[in-house]
Design a protein around this ligand. Structure first.
Ligand code: SAH
Ligand code: SF4
Ligand code: F3S
Length: 437
């Protein structure tokens, strides 16, 4: 065995877990490739948040049938949230009998031994553990996002929003200790990383399961005290739990970026109740006010979906008016997708696909308009960016300011990983361009 490939489908957590799968495989002296025919081991790190994520994984796995037939030695493994979902591992096995290994989110830390078992015995394996306490904390990581790095602070979710599959495939909330997190971040900073993103499904619940309890703002302060120049980000927050202490912590610590991902899901109090979000439109808007009052020029981004069961035309309009009112710095827009096993799946009043389509088009168009307006406001400002990458297609470097805005600019020398001041010269649609000053 010489080459491996890992395919990622989901959220940042999923992306970071792919970095861990890569770490495990490189520890076995395998080399990364993008070429399916060259790879001796192909791992699909799947996601099941919406049907299209699932469909994509099924399509990609199915496409390997011929390669596997021609080369029986090739190992095909399917892991992540999809097989962790009840009934899906069996379904995968039935649809794609050529898969060698099926493993769940809770089995990531054992991937090396599972792979070895497959190689030793030659037998196909399904390893889906319900023991969520096997957290993949001490697994080698092959990072692919320099100068940024992801750090898990907690796993799982207890919120059970009625549309969401995550609590079923990720288990209950459990936190890493602050000591462990601080050590990981210290090492990353020593190794030249310039931006740390703390990850959890709902970081505001961090530390509630530890004894003594630690709250998320206190964890942020501990991490922000680490020496060196770096940026600290985190996601996601749950609006029901965001409080003044968090806002003050963001305000009072230079390293903590002035931005927050603040997923609203719907602008309608009625729909929010059906979603079990545990806040009203007014409570949500009050927290936006609190954040903006406390942290000057804070960037706020969101997740919002259309077509939740029973969403009326009026409820949908409430989402449009909310977008117009808040003017988010960015919004991830989704079409509600039925997930079996969730409460919403069983609800009546599912919305016609055509209606969902019309709503998402309107929602996206409105947010695009807002994005363009906000981008224009940047022109003339000078901002400090951390340079993420060079984009060969457009010939520009791309960096982000502390508010998370992507800014494109030219440079004759390689500046990836540097902090630079960039003066914004042009906002072309939603893309922003500048010059190093
Ligand atoms: N824990 C995070 C991320 C959850 S998944 C959070 O709570 O913010 C990311 C986003 O996917 C969610 O915020 C939601 O907007 C969307 N999502 C989740 N389930 C969905 C479903 N069944 N259909 C459509 N979008 C969904
Ligand atoms: Fe899903 Fe809600 Fe948990 Fe986020 S908070 S992962 S949307 S159940
Ligand atoms: Fe993430 Fe998808 Fe799982 S969004 S938590 S990889 S279902």
């Amino acid at each position: 065995m010489k080459y491996y490939k890992v395919v990622t489908y989901g959220c940042q957590m999923n992306e970071h877990e792919s970095e861990k799968l890569c770490g495990i495989l490189e520890n076995l002296n395998l080399i990364k490739t993008d070429d399916d025919s060259l790879a001796d081991v192909i791992v699909f790190n799947t996601c099941t948040i919406r049907e299209n994520a699932e469909r994509r994984a099924y399509g990609n796995i199915g496409a390997l049938k011929k390669l596997k037939r021609d080369n029986k030695e090739k190992i095909i493994a399917v892991g992540g949230c999809l097989p962790q979902q009840s009934g899906k591992a069996e379904d995968l096995k039935e649809k794609f009998p050529f898969i060698d290994i099926i493993f769940g989110t809770h089995n990531l830390s054992e991937f090396e031994s599972i792979l070895k078992k497959r190689l030793d015995t030659g037998k196909k394996l399904i390893e889906i553990s319900r023991d969520e306490y096997k957290m993949p904390c001490s697994v080698p990581v092959k990072r692919s996002t320099y100068p940024s790095a992801y750090v898990n602070v907690m796993y799982g979710c207890n919120n059970f929003c009625t549309y969401c599959i995550v609590p079923y495939v990720r288990g209950r909330e459990r936190s890493r200790t602050p000591e462990e997190i601080v050590i990981e971040v210290e090492n990353l900073i020593k190794n030249g990383y310039k931006e740390i993103t703390l990850l959890g499904q709902n970081v505001d619940s961090y530390g509630k399961d530890l004894s003594p309890k630690v709250d998320f703002s206190d964890l942020l302060k501990m991490v922000a005290r680490i020496e060196g120049k770096f940026r600290l980000r985190f996601m996601s927050n749950h609006p029901k739990d965001v409080n003044l202490k968090l806002a003050q912590t963001i305000r009072d610590n230079d390293k903590i970026c002035n931005c927050i991902h603040f997923p609203v899901q719907s602008g309608s109090t009625e729909v929010l109740a059906l979603m079990n979000r545990r806040y009203t439109r007014k409570e949500y808007l009050d927290k936006i006010k609190m954040l903006r009052r406390t942290v000057k020029d804070i960037a706020i981004t969101t997740d919002i979906m259309v077509g939740f069961p029973r969403e009326s035309e009026k409820n949908f309009k409430d989402s449009l008016t909310l977008l117009n009112k808040v003017k988010y710095d960015g919004a991830f827009t989704f079409v509600y997708s039925k997930r079996s096993g969730t409460k919403a799946y069983e609800m009546d009043g599912h919305i016609d696909e055509e209606v969902k389509k019309q709503r998402i088009v309107k929602l996206v168009a409105l947010q695009n308009k807002i994005n363009k307006k906000l981008a224009k406001k940047y022109v003339g400002k000078t901002v400090e960016v951390l340079v993420d990458e060079f984009n060969e297609d457009c010939g520009y470097y791309m960096g982000r300011d502390e508010r998370g805005k992507a800014i494109h600019f030219s440079s004759k020398t390689d500046v990836v990983g540097q902090f630079l001041d960039v003066k914004i010269t042009k906002a072309d649609g939603i893309s922003i361009y500048g010059e190093i000053v």
